[in-house]
Design a protein around this ligand. Structure first.
Ligand SMILES: Cc1cc2nc3c(=O)[nH]c(=O)nc-3n(C[C@H](O)[C@H](O)[C@H](O)COP(=O)(O)OP(=O)(O)OC[C@H]3O[C@@H](n4cnc5c(N)ncnc54)[C@H](O)[C@@H]3O)c2cc1C
Length: 467
């Protein structure tokens, strides 16, 4: 009986651990298998959390070295201590991963350390340090996440050629850093090292950065990052990366004029995306289907082709984001418990934690055009927002897209200070089916950055007050 569970979850990332806690709350006898040695998955160990720690610390360093003297705060003799900075980041990670262990104990979730392998539709075998134990479960949830990908011919050694994991733990500031890929992870890590003094060049295959983002925001974002000193080689295909032990040659070719260029860099960050991780799980033997991109196929109830086996998070389709994985974890727990678990995929916010931040939710202007949806747009710049003005943070704007007939908010795209927090208001508004008029008539505290949201909503009806 001790080895029999209502639910076994394989993977202790934000999808898996949140699912486990919710299952336990619902009275299900639950176990979670994790092979990493610590809970929290990619997000807590080598993703969201350590990257945000370094983004915060490097932003503080930039402010104190570049901005404070112009603001009447005179500082001198500033020294960067990378090992202390890394220790600070590691401590935050440790506290948070231990916190998840505590939550497991509190909720009576059994934590199984080791690699979980599907033996049958109701059996999971856990391998740990040469030992093998078998467990039975009425339901199994696959939450094994994702792993970084590379390009053909580029070998990541996590020394000179690094993935995001290596870029989170460099022991000194590279003089030159090339980032291959202009997605959000590459831009966040590029920003960290640029602020700490690195000469950063981003090489991107497309002729714009942050694919999938509203184009107007993406253009503004690139402009701001360029002003901060990050260089961009867009529309460029990397053709070789030569590791010369003390440096790396990155060769790329411009896609339209075929001009070749080589940049010699101390470090190269390969940030070209992540792939679903299902190594050694035995899913194909069991007949669990994957799509052409290697993601586990699920139906609207997040069931795989075997109905008592579910899959959530980065290992299935949809944006690879921690909060999306968490929502799916909760939905699956509730579905297993006989409730109506559900995820609204139309309202999943996305944030890039650079400075300024970028935050989006809902449809982009390009998607609305593609789908022939008639819309109105309201924009408001932070330059006209009093709080942003007094804080010297005037870059960026809020853009609200609303249905031209019903006025229902369809998408919100912000680049500007603290918008990673501000986007929650817009997600809530969209969950409640708000119109731009509803937002425009909601009283927003003064002076706050959120007034820019109210003004953008007023601008949808061409009546902003402060612009
Ligand atoms: C640098 C970086 C920054 C990021 N920043 C953000 C951010 O700011 N916001 C955001 O929302 N997202 C961010 N992400 C993405 C986020 O980390 C992922 O979307 C999220 O972690 C996915 O959660 P998951 O539970 O699906 O998988 P994961 O977090 O990948 O967890 C899966 C876990 O399963 C374990 N596992 C795999 N196979 C087995 C097995 N057979 N047996 C036992 N255990 C197994 C793995 O060890 C892993 O711990 C970032 C990612 C990176 C790399």
């Amino acid at each position: 009986m001790e080895n029999n569970f209502d639910v076994i979850i394989i993977g202790g990332g934000p999808g898996g651990y949140v699912c486990a806690i919710r299952c336990a709350q619902l009275g299900l006898k639950t176990a979670c298998v994790e092979s990493r040695g610590t809970l929290g998955g990619t997000c807590l160990n080598v993703g969201c959390i350590p990257s945000k720690s370094l983004l915060n610390l490097s932003e503080n360093y930039k402010k104190v070295t570049k901005d404070f003297n112009n603001q009447g705060i005179e500082v001198s003799d500033i020294k960067l201590n990378i090992s202390k900075m890394m220790a600070n980041k590691d401590k935050s990670v440790q506290v948070l991963t231990k916190g998840v262990e505590f939550l497991f104990k509190k909720n009576k979730v059994t934590y199984l350390r080791g690699k979980g392998v599907l033996f049958s539709k109701n059996n999971v075998v856990v391998y740990d340090n040469g030992e093998k134990k078998s467990y039975a479960a009425k339901n199994i949830v696959i939450a094994t996440g994702s792993a970084p990908t590379s390009l053909p011919g580029i070998e990541i050694d996590e020394k000179n050629i690094v993935s995001s994991t290596g870029a989170l733990s460099l022991n000194k500031v590279p003089k030159k850093l090339v980032v291959i890929g202009g997605g959000y992870i590459g831009l966040e890590m590029g920003s960290v090292w640029s602020r700490l003094g690195s000469d950063v060049t981003v090489v991107e295959y497309l002729n714009f950065i942050t694919p999938g983002m509203d184009k107007e925001i993406s253009k503004e974002f690139q402009k701001i990052l360029t002003k901060q000193g990050i260089k961009f080689k867009l529309n460029s295909k990397v053709i070789s990366v030569k590791n010369k032990s003390d440096s790396v040659d990155v060769e790329f070719v411009e896609n339209t004029n075929f001009k070749k260029e080589i940049i010699n860099a101390d470090k190269v960050l390969v940030s070209v995306g992540r792939k679903p991780y299902t190594e050694g799980l035995n899913i194909l033997k069991l007949g669990i289907k994957k799509d052409t991109k290697g993601r586990i196929e699920v139906n609207s109830k997040l069931q795989t082709s075997i109905t008592n086996i579910y899959a959530i998070g980065d290992v299935i389709k949809g944006p690879m984001l921690a909060h999306k994985a968490e929502e799916e974890g909760i939905a699956v727990a509730e579905i297993i418990a006989g409730q109506a678990g559900h995820v609204n995929y139309d309202v999943i916010p996305g944030v890039v934690y650079t400075s300024p931040e970028v935050a989006t939710v809902g449809k982009t202007e390009e998607q609305l055009k593609e789908n022939n949806i008639s819309y109105k747009s309201g924009k408001f710049p932070f330059l006209a927002n009093s709080r942003a003005k007094v804080n010297n943070e005037t870059e960026g704007f809020v853009k609200i897209l609303a249905d031209s007939k019903t006025d229902k908010v369809l998408g919100v795209h912000i680049i500007g200070p603290h918008c990673g927090d501000m986007i929650a208001e817009m997600a809530l508004a969209m969950e409640f089916g708000a119109s731009a008029e509803d937002i425009a008539r909601t009283c927003h505290a003064h002076p706050t950055h959120t007034e820019a949201i109210k003004e953008a909503a007023l601008a949808v009806d061409k009546r902003p007050i402060h612009f």
